[in-house]
Structures are given as C-alpha cells and as structure tokens.
Write a protein that binds this ligand. Sequence first.
Ligand code: NAI
Ligand code: MG
Length: 501
Amino acid sequence: MRTCELTNLVEIDVSENNMEISRLGALAYDPAPESAALAKLQPSYGLFIDGAFTDPSKHQQFATLNPATGLPLAMVAQADVRDVDHAVKAARRAYDNVWSTMSGAERGKYLFRIARLIQERARELAVVETLDNGKPIRESRDIDLPLAAAHFFYYAGWADKLDHAGFGSSPQPIGVAGQIIPWNFPLLMAAWKLAPALAAGNTCVLKPAETTPLSALILAEILEQAELPAGVVNILTGDGSTGSALVAHPGIDKIAFTGSTEVGRLIQERLASTDKRLTLELGGKGANIVFEDAPIDEVVEGIIDGIFFNQGHVCCAGSRLLVQESVADEVLRRLVRRVDQLRVGDPLDKNTDVGAINSAAQLEKIRELTAYGELEGATRYTSSCRLPDTGYWFSPTIFADVSQSHRIAREEIFGPVLSMLTFRTPEEAVAKANNTKYGLACGVWSEKGSRTLWVAERLRAGVVWANTYNRFDPTSPFGGMRESGFGREGGRHGLEAYLNV
Ligand code: NAI
Ligand code: MG
C-alpha cells in the first residue's frame, strides 16, 4: 500500500497506513496494469526512408529506455548526414513526382486512412508511448492517442479545401519540410507536424527525440499500411546531430521545431542567412491566475491538472500559480492536501496519476532547480508518496512563498513542480504573469467574464485558457510569442506554416 505524509502542513501518524490513508480521504486501489506485451516491440528498428525500413549507413544504433525501470526497450538507428541526405532526396522526389501534383481530395484520403489506422492500433500505441516516455497509460490512452488521430482527421478535411482557407485562391505547398520533435508528447507532436504539412501538399522528414522514438516507428508501419506513396514521409531516429544535419541540408525548404529555447535559438541562427522557412515552438513558464471569486474546488483540480499532467513535461504547463492574496492560504492548504493524494508509480497502471520522469538528464535538471528553490528561501511541500526503487522519479512538489526573482519562478523546470506567488489586484496579476521571457500559455480563473476578458487581453501569451487548463483541440491554434517561439500549429492557422502565402 502506498504511504504518504504531508510535510509542513499537518502531522500524521505514519505508523498506521490505513488510518493515514483514510484520513487523507484517498481510496486504496489494487494494481491494474495494462499489459506491456501489447506493445509488440521488435528488438531493433531501422530508419524509415523512401517507404521502407533501412539500415543506417554507419550501422550505429542506440537503446531507448523505459524510464520507469531504466531498462532498454529496443535498439534504434542513429541516422547520420548520409541518411539525412537519402531521406531529403526521397522526400524531394516524392514531392515533385507524386504528392504536390496529387489532388487535395486524394491526399485527404491518405490522411483519413492514417487517422483510422491510428485508431485501430490505439491500444498498442498507447502502451508503446507509456513504455518509452513514462507517462501514465490513462493519459496516453485518453489524451495523446485520441488527439493524434483527431489531428489527422481534422487536416484530412482541409486537404481539398485549401482554396477556401483564406490564403488566396490556389495556395501552394512549400516543398520538403524537416520536422524535429521532442519527447514529451512523441506521437502527438508527430501528428501536429505531419498532418498539416501533408494536407497542404508538402513532403516530410521527421526526427523524433532520442529518448522516445518508438511510437514514430510504429507510425511508420502505419504509413506503410496506409500505402502512403514512398518518400512522402521519412522518419529518421537519432540525436541532436541528426537534427542538426537536417537543419543544415540544402534540400530542405522549411524547418518546424518543437523543443528547448536553446536549440530553437541555434536553429534560427543557422537559418538566418538562408531562405528556409521556420516555425519554433519552444519553452514556457505559464501563469495560472486565480481570482478570489473562482470556485475553489474546480480551481484546485485545474491547478493540479495544469502542472502535474504528463509529469509537468509540458511546454504550456501552468508552472507559475498566481493566487489572489485573500484566498491564497485556502488554495495552498487544499493544494497540498490534493497533491498528496496523487498516485505516483507504474505508468502502465490505469490508476496512476503521475508517471516516471522521462530521462536521467531531465531528472537531474528538476533536482537542480528545486534545490535552488529551497536555497533561495521558498517553502517546499513535497508529496512523500513512496517512489519506485528503479527508474527516474520525482515526487510532486509545490513551492510557496516564491518571489519573482527566484529561479523557480523564472526558469522552465519541465517537471512536477509548481511555484506559487500571490497578487492583490488584476493589474498586479497581469504584471506578474507577463514578467517572463516566455509567452506560451496562461490560465485565468474567475466567475466574472468581464474580468477574465480584461486580463486575457493584457496577457502576452499565445494561448489563454479561461476556467480550465491544458485543453487541446485540433481546430484550435497553438503557439507562442517572445522566447516561446513563433508560428501556429492546429486549426486553419496551422496550414499557413506549410503554405507559400
Ligand atoms: P532539445 O531541444 O535538445 O530536444 C528537442 C529535439 O531537438 C530532439 O529531437 C533533439 O534530438 C533535437 N535537437 C537537439 N539538438 C539539436 C540541434 N543542435 N539541432 C537540431 N535538433 C536538435 O531538448 P531536451 O534537451 O530534450 O530538453 C531540454 C529542455 O528543453 C527541457 O528541460 C525543457 O525545459 C525544454 N523542452 C521543451 C519542450 C517543448 O515542448 N517546448 C520539449 C522538450 C524540451
Ligand atoms: Mg525511452
């Protein structure tokens, strides 16, 4: 049985597990693991180039791990400059000979087919995603997979309607798109990148992140199943050097990147003297703003979801909580109590709320920044749920008494760590929310619509949620400003990034 104690808040007699649990109001659940065998993983995977799996030219491979155990799941290929060259040339041939000349209606049929195959193989893909990434199966099954399919369905619908998308009478594709994605939503980010690019008539070379390549490789199998013409999508596994070679390849017309601000900046510098198009979706330090009139129970759930969803490995995470001073103590009290009820552990267990940290490197970064939080004087509340002995784990954590100058209020932690600040007036809330180099997402919680709109108008962020957080939909554009990047993904706006407009 899971044991918890509330640090810093109420003292609990931990000698009697059951009593402690019932006092917290948490129910005990039996383990309910999904079967890892559903993943049907192969021992090793090649590169997907020109419609077939091929060996990397240097025959180099690396292991992708299950972060919940630290054990290898499969070997994947390390693509080098020559493989990148093969993939880009295959994409160019496919663009010239097949994809850009095909009617939108025909392209749409392929996208519909891919969407349906993702649905058919959703259970397998959800297990693969959870094994490779560490995210709870509840999230991969109920969020990542349905949204990935929905993106293909949505853009399939646009493929034959580009003339009516508001970009002129006959908008043209850009050409070959190089797409580099991160590890936090591996399949979903692949869908966000591929679906609009293909609908608009581009061909693609996609590079998944090195710690989470597997769902993209299953997607390659799905593209084969869908009989997508060879070369329209090529998938190259590898590390940053593969991404770097893709950015540098002269045959690429556009780069779409999601990942760290540091690498985004590097890519922008590299492309500055070229005519390659670029969109960047980078980091964030989202403010979740709570006014005193907001319904407190919903607020607490929204804050929890805003920061602990996907272990906080979310670029738009509500990692800075701004609470109106009059309700700050009450919100903190309830939050600390709620955090201690989160179930941390086996990501394959259907009752798990918070899974494993994706990598040793990310865990190290979270530890370093939270250590600074204490050093700089913030008050730390940590759920003391027992963590598994192997793999990478971090207890959900809340910092109160945070000031704007603290590193934990300024830097992206990208982990299950919330920094709480307070404000008195709407003006102060806006000033504090905007006091960041980022500008990706914010949340506003209030019963009063006019106040929410007043605040939303003044927030410098690409996305503002009202009385909710981390809501995604393929019809809705998503993207940042300032150091969170530029360009929009999703919706009609998402087509613009892949059209010569
Ligand atoms: P990263 O930016 O290094 O990795 C993202 C992708 O870029 C991966 O596919 C990687 O192989 C590739 N890449 C790395 N170096 C490259 C280069 N020079 N040229 C082209 N591609 C390159 O991010 P990392 O190291 O995985 O995470 C570091 C931090 O970045 C995280 O702690 C988090 O704060 C932030 N991050 C933000 C994400 C977001 O969704 N906006 C996603 C992942 C990380
Ligand atoms: Mg992995």
